[in-house]
Design a protein. Structure first.
Length: 447
């Protein structure tokens, strides 16, 4: 449906409407356990490239899924039609699937009802923002780049969602969510600069500040010199830190830990990184995108995953949590990485106190080389510079790296406090800028 039809779309599915739809299922279900989940999403995207808007669209899609279990046999069916007849047909399909499905040894009945924490996950200014507002922000970024005779490409997006889960044992959770995102790449000849933001409030994207930062990176990145590959001391901006730490967080799953294929196998309760590093989940933080409930119907609560370098938690689904005897299943929907005793106020302070290092703005196309020790590979991009005697002295050609965050973050020379870190591949977290004594760049790229 086009953006012009947005005003004719029905309102987002509300709490009581979802409860009514779930009750339509429960009154007819013959299963031992029945779960209904809701995902009603209204998203808008404005894309621009070569200093002109190339796309400005809104989409709306609502999905209701029904899962029915007979003992340990279960089946799921979904529908985008929220009429009573369609929902009853969806229930019938789920029951038919369940009856012919094999026994699932990991199946668990719905979780017990829980009073989910009500969080401010949907800001009205974001849910009200439409194509005109996104177009305004895109044109603001384009305008700054045109004045500098530079090329802009990027995205402005807004999303509003109604998310819910209900079960026939009385479990009921519902949450309205919203977020806004901005990403910009500025091209100056063969140099690029980048910046990004994400927030629950569209008013907090700081378009001008982010655009000027990307422009400065692009202009400073002209005429790069080439340095030989090898180990270097580095300054990682928050986005670069987040790029590596996201892979570390993805590797914390309990199933691979139990199988012995995890890089953390046998290391729960042991020190895995520098003893000043702490990783927490902070769903109540105003600048993060924490939620109230998970897709399994569990609450998202504050928790500590790495405490002064010691691994204290694993990522569980309900089955592995039961196996491990974990009562309160931790989540990582709003990660905060901090360095205890951090003394530097900002990135410029780190640069001023550094005698020699490679400054990395961001990584991209990070992939696993060896999951056993979490060796990763990827490339620097959008601003890689040589720092000497407290100053940026030159842009340098981008590097490919081969290294493990478990090795690289064993020692930290200096760090700032946690700052916003947003990348296309990793989402959003709060992470510090850091100085590390060594990071392995394996080759020079040709861009």
């Amino acid at each position: 449906m086009s953006a012009g039809n947005a005003n004719r779309w029905p309102k987002m599915t509300g709490r009581e409407e979802f409860r009514f739809l779930a009750d339509l299922v429960f009154t007819r279900s013959s299963g031992d356990g029945t779960i209904v989940t809701l995902h009603d999403v209204h998203s808008g995207t404005t894309r621009f490239a070569n200093n002109q808007v190339v796309q400005n669209v809104d989409t709306r899609r609502g999905t209701l899924a029904v899962t029915v279990a007979f003992d340990r046999r279960h089946g799921t069916a979904s529908t985008t039609d929220f009429t009573a007849g369609s929902i009853h047909d969806t229930l019938a399909r789920a029951e038919r699937i369940a009856r012919i499905s094999p026994v699932d040894p990991e199946y668990l009945p719905p979780p017990e009802p829980f009073p989910f924490v009500a969080r401010e996950t949907a800001r009205p200014e974001t849910t009200a923002a439409g194509p005109a507002r996104r177009l305004e922000y895109a044109n603001e970024a384009i305008g700054h780049c045109r004045m500098e005779n530079l090329l802009a490409a990027g995205v402005v997006s807004t999303t509003a969602a109604s998310v819910g889960i209900a079960a026939n044992n009385g479990l009921f959770g519902y949450e309205a969510r919203a977020d806004a995102r901005f990403s910009l790449t500025v091209q100056a000849g063969d140099s690029t600069g980048w910046s990004a933001a994400a927030h629950r409030s569209v008013d907090h994207l700081k378009i001008q500040e982010r655009t000027l930062a990307a422009i400065a990176k692009a202009k400073r990145g002209r005429e790069p010199i080439e340095l030989p590959a090898g180990p270097y001391p580095v300054i990682f901006e928050p986005a670069a830190v987040a790029g590596l730490w996201t892979w570390l967080m993805w590797s914390l799953d309990a199933k691979s830990y139990d199988k012995g294929t995890s890089p953390f196998a046998g290391r729960l309760g042991a020190q895995i990184v520098d003893d000043r590093l702490t990783l927490c989940n902070a769903p109540n933080h105003a600048d993060l995108l924490g939620v109230g409930l998970t897709s399994e119907g569990l609450p998202s609560m504050p928790s500590t995953w790495i405490d002064h370098g010691v691994l204290t938690q694993l990522a569980h689904d309900r089955f592995t949590a039961k196996t491990h005897g974990v009562q309160d299943v931790p989540t990582l929907d709003a990660p905060v990485l901090s360095v205890n005793g951090a003394a530097c106020g900002n990135l410029q302070d780190l640069i001023k106190r550094t005698d020699y290092a490679i400054l990395v703005t961001n990584f991209w196309y990070i992939r696993t080389v060896n999951p056993i020790d979490l060796t990763l590979t990827g490339m620097t991009r959008d601003g890689t510079f040589l720092v000497e005697k407290g100053e940026i002295v030159s842009a340098i050609r981008n590097f490919r790296f081969h290294d493990s965050p478990l090795r690289a973050f064993q020692q930290i020379d200096a760090a700032t406090g946690p700052m916003e870190a947003v990348t296309a591949e990793t989402g959003k977290m709060l992470a510090p800028a850091m100085v590390l004594p060594e990071f392995n760049f394996s080759s020079v790229t040709r861009f």
